[in-house]
Structure formats: C-alpha cells, structure tokens
Design a protein around this ligand. Sequence first.
Ligand code: EPU
Length: 419
Amino acid sequence: MKPNHEKLIIEGGYPLFGEVPINGAKNAAVAVIPAALMTEGESIIENLPLIEDVFAMDDILLRLGAKIEYDNHSLKIDASNLQSYVAPYESVRKIRASYYLIGALLTRFGKAEVAMPGGCNFGARPIDQHIKGFRALGADVKIENGMIKAYAEELVGTKIYLDVVSVGATINLMLAAVKAKGTTIIENAAKEPHVVDVANFLNAMGAKIKGAGTDVIRIEGVKTLHPTRYAIIPDQIEAGTYMIAACATKGHIIVKNIIPKHLESLTAKLLEMGAEVNVFEDSIEVRCKERLRASSIKTMPYPGFPTDLQPQMTVLLSLCSGTSIVTEGVWENRYQYVDELKKMGANIKVEGRVAVVEGVESLQGAEVVAVDLRAGAALIVAGLAAKGKTVIYNTKNVDRGYENIDYKLKLLGAKISRV
Ligand code: EPU
C-alpha cells in the first residue's frame, strides 16, 4: 500500500519510549533490485523496505519488461523476458539510484541508455567516476540529449582508481565488472555496509568479488550469473534517525534488528555527548534524561560519521548546551534544511560546508517544508522535540526513505498524524 503523502502534523514535547524494528537498507535495496536484472530467471529479495524509492525502482523494472511480485517485504523479480535497455527520463526522474541501471544493463545486454538521474539536490552530483570506470572497462560512453548511452562489445577487466570515494561509482563498477573478461580492481573504493551488501548479493548470484568493505575490491569476471534469494541488511540511517530522535525528546528506546557495528560513529558520538547507550548483539538501547553537551561532527565516507545523519544530528546539536561545529565532508550543499530549522528557533550559521550551532533551550513548532529526504527526517526530529505544533509539508520526500515513519513514531508515543 502506498502512503498518502500530504503533510505531517506533530504535537511536540513527548519523549519517545519503547522498541522500534528497523527495516532493510534503502541504499542497498536500490542497488540490489537493478542488479537482479543481470540474469534470467527469478530472484527473491527479502527484507526490502517498502518505501517510495523502492517503488520507483520497481516501476522502472516493469517498464523494462521484468515481472515483479511482492509478498510482504519480499520481492520476486523475474528478468527472463527483459526487453529494453532504455530507461527514459520519465521513468528515472524520481530516483538518483537509477544510475545503477547503466552497470546492470551493460552486463545484461552490453548496452544501456539511461536518462541523467533525479533524486535529492545537494548541489552538483557528478557521475564522472562512474563514466570513467565504464570507459576503462571498454565501454563507449556518451551523453546525448540528457541520456547516458553506454555500449560495449566486450567488457574487459582493468584497474580503476576512483578520484573520490563514491558509493555509487563503486557499486556501479562492481555491477559492470562481474562478467567482464579477466580481473577488475577498484582502488579507493567506498566501504559502506551497503557496498558490502551488494557484493554479497552478486556473489550469491555467482560473481567472484573479494575485498568489499576495504578500499580495494577485486572482481574476477565470471561467464554466467544465476538467480538467487537474498536478504538485505538493516538500514543504519533509519536506525540512527530513531536513536537521535530518542535523544532529542529525552526518551528511552531500543532500535531492533540492526547491525550495531554499522552505527559505531553515532553511538560513540552520543556517548560523548552524555547519552546512555547500550549495545547488544542486534539492537541498541538509547536513553537520555538530560540535555546533552555540544559536540562537533565531520561527515565522511564510512566508517566516518554518515552524511545521511548530518541533518538529524544537527537538530540534536541545536538543542545541546554549548556551541557545536558541523562540517559536511561529502556533499557541497547539504544545509538547505537549516532555514526551515531556524523558523523553529534554532540558532545556526552556515558558512560553506561548516555550520556553527549555538544550542538553544528549546525549539518551537512551526510550518516547515521537507526539502529533501534527510531534511524531512531532521524536521520530524525537531517537531518531536519542539514545544507546540509543527506542520511538515512535502513529506513525500520522507516516504522515499522511511517505511511507515509516522506509524512507528506513534507506537513510540509520539503525537503525529498524516493529513
Ligand atoms: N562524486 C563525484 N563523482 C562521481 C560520484 C560522486 O565527484 O562520479 C562525489 C559526489 O559529488 C559527492 C561524493 O563524491 O561529493 C560522494 O558521492 P557518492 O557517489 O558516494 O554518493 P551517491 O552514491 O550518489 C549515495 C547515497 C546517498 C549518500 C551518499 C554518500 C544512494 C542511492 N545514495 O549517493 O544517500 O548521501 O552515497 O554516502 O546510495 C540518502 O540516502 O539520503 C542519500 C542521499
């Protein structure tokens, strides 16, 4: 069932209490789904989050001629009769991760035509490293009328050094290299848990990938791939968002069904700020009784502090005692939510990639707009902690990455409704 995404209304000031189960990782799901197109037959992907970005990827698959069938959080993908290697703008505009179709369709057909992707706007989002890698593997790549067109008679393994650590380029080049002739080595690769998850999925399909999770990934090309059944890892960003919300509301929650290791940078930071954090095998308990202390964060590729938790963390820092410094080390412009947060009483000055956050005693409810996915999550955290009523518009941005966020928060005691 697709949610109605008009606006969220939050009556703030109620601490979150209870347990919250975490769904599968968005950024793994949106890569694993197109990867399932690389072979004929039926693959089953389990633990898929039921979110708008996944539904957008499903739509693209249907248009390309794949068959899909849901059973709760499992998705059966039958790519036997895939007919097309062309994904025009109207089908990819909603989702950034549509660039994974280039790697996947190159492997399946030796050709791919995919429109330049949409997604959140954080300033320039180049894909030059993807293109450089496809070319190094022997593809002819050109950009024409807003379409990225890649053709390869044969893909041949090679060494590719990424000039920037890019999750998207690392995954896309793994997709393109799995059936390339010989060995591909990706150097300066991204190490995010979802990079490892996609490599594990590909290996379950018969690929030979080693080193995912380190900065050198080695791929021995194989002749054939086969369908598989695979469960996606838990979403560390969803888990982190709830942990931060618990602290911002001085609550006490347990995030469940997670891999705590993936959240080490956040748990360390919350402990440093004065929260109580207990780590178990597949859950984390967070309790916060008092106002936390200011701190500084710098977002970096994994295992650094994730940029996808920066907006939510900035909200928490805006409620701490003292001055915090936030440095955005991944995206050029990921502070567009700050103007909305200021409407709620936050005291934040942004200068380029740095935000100076002067802690305030409390935030006040206001009417605000979710300018992008994590901005929307951050405003929800702010609304839960604020005094009075917050109305958040454009919540379809939040539904892109969080399954049933209002329902889950209600179960934790939040006064939140969707209108
Ligand atoms: N970059 C380049 N050239 C490239 C690719 C990237 O210069 O060819 C730069 C980017 O401009 C950026 C940095 O490298 O400054 C990192 O970009 P990356 O490629 O890692 O980002 P992405 O793959 O496009 C994914 C997530 C983002 C997340 C980033 C960083 C997906 C679908 N998206 O984007 O998630 O912020 O990695 O971890 O996996 C989100 O979930 O809210 C979200 C935006």
